[in-house]
Design a protein around this ligand. Structure first.
Ligand SMILES: Nc1ncnc2c1ncn2[C@@H]1O[C@H](COP(=O)(O)OP(=O)(O)OP(=O)(O)O)[C@@H](O)[C@H]1O
Length: 577
């Protein structure tokens, strides 16, 4: 057999092996974690992968020399007719490798095309804010303002109503109502319940405290512009295309498109600071001299109008312990929200349970939205921040600052990469969702700057295994080993709705996964026609399909397979005699 012949024979052999499914997933499901290799044992596999092939397809862990050795000595001898001299065997092996790669590329092209088609179907129907276009609501006088519903370090928030907001659906079920439904539930902690979404005030108005920015719209915008990141297009521009905020557009930052898990600001405008209920008692110092002679505030400030949510995530968790399905769905929503921000080049930088608002869908499942973008990074450079001086702000809440941000030291040319920082914070909040204290809070808590992964408290055993794995991975210090919010979200999606496929993945090919994607698409489209279309679960499934990408999906599968291997070995360890 000549070298050329050996190569072409190998190529054919590789193609057939691939078609027969004898060979491929060994490489595909492989992943490299902590330098150790994961191998999925398959009964038909005879080749021990030893080296990586370079480039994008390096998940093919075919060792050509290993393959050649096998061909010389083992199972393939019969297949190739035996007795091939060593150098020919190398070429034969090389051919097999090429054949496998060629087929894999082909299959990838098909799967990637399918993913794109699914994406296109689910992206066509854009998430709509529940507000119809309306010409008013750009002045304080357009609103009736009720009682105060919240207060932070930078603003007071009041319930509000306006004729144009009649289309804003209230949060369906308030925490009070939910509590009444669940009084028998043993899981429910005792505690005062004070929150309710008042249907007559479907809106929330956030009045920023303006100390020192001055009263011109331009100055206000310059100092508070990040609050406008989640503002929808009608928030700033009315139907005639007039800019309602009479500042320069230059000071208006990058803005987010609407997403079910991110707050939408319906209207933003500047106006004179009014004397609202509780102002003299609760925030006299930030009032303008017109209202309090000792006040330090400017005369005008920024107002933001949003939907009025029944409570924050923190308030909800103080009185309720979500069941494991609800907690998983809540975690998934936070990951979906963060992924949406990342895709648009925005880092929130202050994700915490106070900055997540909550309402309930028609089934009583909590729906979460990320809010308060005051500390966000929304620069043209995307998720990287030049950190050349210690005066550059790294973001809010130091406790939930990802290790790569917390440990960054300012200097010339230093850049902080925020692409996985919000995902890390979500990993920490996951403990709260499953009823445990956040490990990074309190005087005894870990410090994100210094903690070691093995110091993380064990995750509640009641949480699904895949959730435990996802959280463990999200809290990895090394960003290269930490999944992105998208990949972690994919893990949970597959775990929640594709468990059956996952169980078969060690013997399956990618096409089984793509078949499952097609089935999911059909189910979600059908659900969308029925009443289930607005439930949190349906929204999440739509989100997943609208963002489906082969590489991210594959990464999620690799992490899940890695987790399964770990569980199996842990189990084996404990069941050994
Ligand atoms: N849309 C809303 N619906 C209901 N309550 C809200 C809404 N927005 C804010 N709140 C309440 O007001 C509080 C303060 O709001 P927010 O966190 O936006 O203010 P802040 O001053 O920017 O906060 P921080 O201190 O985190 O900077 C929230 O914790 C929440 O309780």
């Amino acid at each position: 057999m000549s070298v050329k012949h050996a190569l072409s024979r190998g190529l054919e052999l590789g193609r057939s092996l691939f078609q027969l499914g004898l060979f491929k997933p060994a490489g595909r499901v492989a992943a490299k974690f902590r330098g150790e290799r994961l191998r999925v044992s398959r009964p038909t596999r005879t080749v021990q992968p030893q080296t990586f092939l370079p480039g994008r397809y390096r998940f093919f862990r075919l060792s050509l020399s290993g393959l050649a050795a096998q061909l010389q000595s083992g199972a393939f001898r019969r297949v190739v007719g035996g007795g091939a001299p060593r150098n020919r065997a190398v070429f034969l092996a090389f051919g097999v490798g090429l054949g496998l790669i060629e087929q894999q590329l082909e299959e990838d092209r098909t799967s990637a095309a399918l993913c794109q088609e699914i994406q296109a179907v689910f992206r066509k129907k854009k998430f709509q804010t529940p507000l119809k276009p309306f010409t008013s609501g750009y002045k304080l006088e357009d609103y009736v303002i009720g009682k105060q519903i919240g207060k932070g370090c930078n603003a007071a928030v009041y319930e509000a109503a306006a004729p144009f907001a009649a289309t804003v659906e209230s949060g369906k079920c308030s925490l009070v109502e939910l509590n009444q439904k669940q009084t028998d539930d043993d899981n429910l902690k005792a505690g005062p319940l004070r929150f309710s979404a008042t249907p007559s005030f479907p809106l929330a108005m956030k009045m920023m405290w303006n100390i020192g920015a001055g009263s011109s719209s331009d100055a206000i915008l310059r100092s508070m512009s990040m609050e406008l990141v989640p503002a929808c297009s009608q928030a700033l521009t009315n139907e005639q295309g007039e800019i309602a905020l009479d500042g320069h557009f230059g000071t208006v930052p990058k803005r987010l498109t609407a997403h079910p898990n991110v707050i939408t600001v319906y209207r933003a405008f500047t106006a004179e600071v009014p004397l609202l209920p509780g102002a003299q008692e609760e925030y006299p110092d930030v009032l303008p001299a017109r209202l309090n002679p000792l006040g330090l505030g400017s005369n005008r400030t920024l107002f933001l109008v949003m939907k009025n949510y029944p409570c924050t995530l923190r308030q909800y968790l103080e009185v309720c312990v979500p069941n494991r399905m609800q907690a998983s769905l809540m975690l998934l929503q936070l990951l979906e929200g963060v992924d949406h921000l990342c895709k648009q080049g925005i880092a929130h930088r202050d994700i915490k349970s106070d900055n997540v608002l909550l309402e309930f869908d028609s089934t009583g499942c909590p729906r979460l939205v990320i809010t308060d973008f005051g500390c966000c990074l929304a620069e043209d450079l995307g998720l990287k921040l030049p950190f050349n001086s210690r005066w550059v702000s790294k973001g809010g809440n130091a406790c939930l600052m990802a290790p790569e941000v917390a440990t960054a030291v300012p200097g010339p040319g230093v850049m902080i990469d925020y692409s996985k920082a919000d995902a890390w914070a979500v990993g920490a909040i996951a403990y709260e969702l499953f009823g445990q204290p956040n490990p990074f809070y309190g005087s005894q808590g870990l410090e994100s700057r210094t903690y070691q992964e093995k110091q993380l408290p064990s995750f509640p055993a009641a949480a699904p295994e895949d959730v435990q794995l996802a959280v463990k991975l999200l809290l990895r210090r090394n960003t290269r080993k930490r999944p992105s919010a998208r990949v972690a979200a994919n893990m949970l999606h597959i775990s929640l709705w594709g468990k059956r496929v996952l169980a078969r993945l060690d013997q399956t090919r990618m096409d089984e996964l793509t078949d499952w994607l097609l089935c999911q698409s059909a189910v979600v489209l059908l659900k969308g026609r029925g009443s289930g279309g607005s439930s949190v679960e349906a929204e999440l499934q739509r989100c997943f399909l609208a963002n489906i990408d082969l590489e991210d999906l594959r990464a999620a599968v690799s992490f899940l397979m890695y987790g399964q291997q770990q569980w199996k070995s842990l189990l084996a360890h404990y069941t050994e005699p």
